[in-house]
Design a binder for this molecule. Structure first.
Ligand SMILES: Cc1ncc(COP(=O)(O)O)c(C=O)c1O
Length: 363
């Protein structure tokens, strides 16, 4: 197996653009004649500070982040935000609304319950999270400290195609698997966060965009490292940040810019996902798992309806070089993750492979 003969459909960590990897490789040992790798630099050095500042500025530009908001580069994965958010936003036994549309939102809601009262504003577990609630279904508390939702459910292959209206209640969103894939009005959000390992960079970095006026209200017992206020004050450098991953994010942001920015990513994701969904809609063997209007542009979940046949398909796909198409263990079936870096030819090749498989196996 080699990179040339395979396609990687992993849900995260996932494929990065070839040219980004090649640039990283070129710069790996001696970054711009500094005599050292970015991996070897002090985070306080002038040269690293320059990299850091440029990446932050590029991130702000890519999403038009207003000056009311701060961009933080943190560690601990998206999962640490499940704790950091209530610690910083809930106040003493405050309450918050959570829309549970998948496993990560469920974990986040449970974690928040340690710090305050959680109202489940919506829960789609009755249909195994194959749909997204409509605005009218959301049970919102006017005095909630925030409303939390996960904009793309990586495991189930569903995505919110609207930003919930919360009538002034602070919006918080886990955008781990669809950040930087579409234009976004950041000013509507209190906190946006994303583990980097899908659309942004290698694993180990979490990008958090936080409205500055929300900082400074954390619970007194909040660990130092989990204080938005402290991280804003120290520009993400209270301690050593994930230096190399931030540099990789910088390369990825340049690639996104070169390919049309978030508008370009938005057009590409539609083209990419339509190749698979159009085929699924006409297939007599496979069907998509998510309800049509909730389908994710990023994670296409599908099944034959037969566990053994799904397993056989995944095995055959892997042997043919289509890697990581097995569905998440919570749902089974198959899943193709097609983030920003996934080339259109890879998606077309997978659709062709599925068609051939159907011809061979349909009875
Ligand atoms: C939507 C979403 N949120 C949170 C997480 C957890 O991320 P991490 O492993 O960075 O904690 C994931 C991981 O796949 C995810 O897809």
């Amino acid at each position: 197996m080699s990179r040339e003969t395979t396609y990687n459909f992993a849900a995260g960590p996932s494929a990065l653009p070839q040219e980004v990897l090649e640039q990283a490789a070129r710069e790996l040992v001696d970054y711009h004649g500094t005599g050292m790798s970015v991996m070897e630099m002090s985070h306080r050095s002038a040269v690293y500070q320059e990299i850091f500042n440029a990446v932050k500025a590029d991130m702000k530009r890519a999403l038009h982040v207003p000056d009311t908001h701060e961009v933080l580069f943190l560690q601990g994965g998206a999962s640490l935000q499940f704790s950091m958010i209530p610690l910083n936003l809930m106040g003493e036994w405050g309450n918050a609304d959570y829309a549970v549309t998948g496993n990560f939102a469920k974990i986040a809601a449970k974690e928040a319950g340690k710090y305050g009262r959680v109202n489940i504003a919506a829960d789609t577990s009755d249909c195994n999270h194959t749909r997204i609630p409509e605005q009218s279904e959301l049970v919102l508390q006017p005095d909630a400290k925030y409303f939390y939702y996960c904009s793309n459910n990586t495991i189930y292959g569903t995505e919110w195609h609207y930003v919930p209206e919360t009538k002034g209640v602070t919006l918080v969103s886990d955008m781990s698997s669809d950040i930087l894939t579409q234009p976004l009005d950041v000013s509507r959000f209190g906190v946006i966060f994303a583990g980097a390992q899908k659309n942004l960079a290698p694993a180990g970095l979490t990008v958090v965009i936080v409205r500055k006026d929300l900082a400074g209200n954390e619970l007194p017992s909040t660990p130092l490292m989990l204080s938005y206020e402290r991280m804003i004050e120290k520009d993400s450098m209270y301690n050593t940040p994930p230096c190399y991953n931030i540099y990789m994010l910088g390369l990825m942001l340049k690639w996104v810019e070169k390919n049309g920015g978030v508008e370009g990513m938005d057009a590409l994701k539609r083209e990419r996902s339509a190749i698979l969904y159009d085929y699924l809609d006409e297939s007599r063997l496979f069907r998509g798992c998510a309800e049509r209007d909730a389908r994710s542009f990023m994670n296409v979940t599908f099944t034959t309806g037969d566990k053994d046949l799904d397993a056989d398909f995944c095995k055959a796909a892997t042997a043919a070089g289509f890697l990581n198409v097995k569905g998440h263990r919570l749902v089974g079936g198959c899943r193709a993750s097609i983030y920003n870096a996934q080339p259109i030819p890879a998606v077309k090749a997978l659709a062709e492979f599925m068609k051939d498989y159907e011809v061979k196996h349909h009875v």
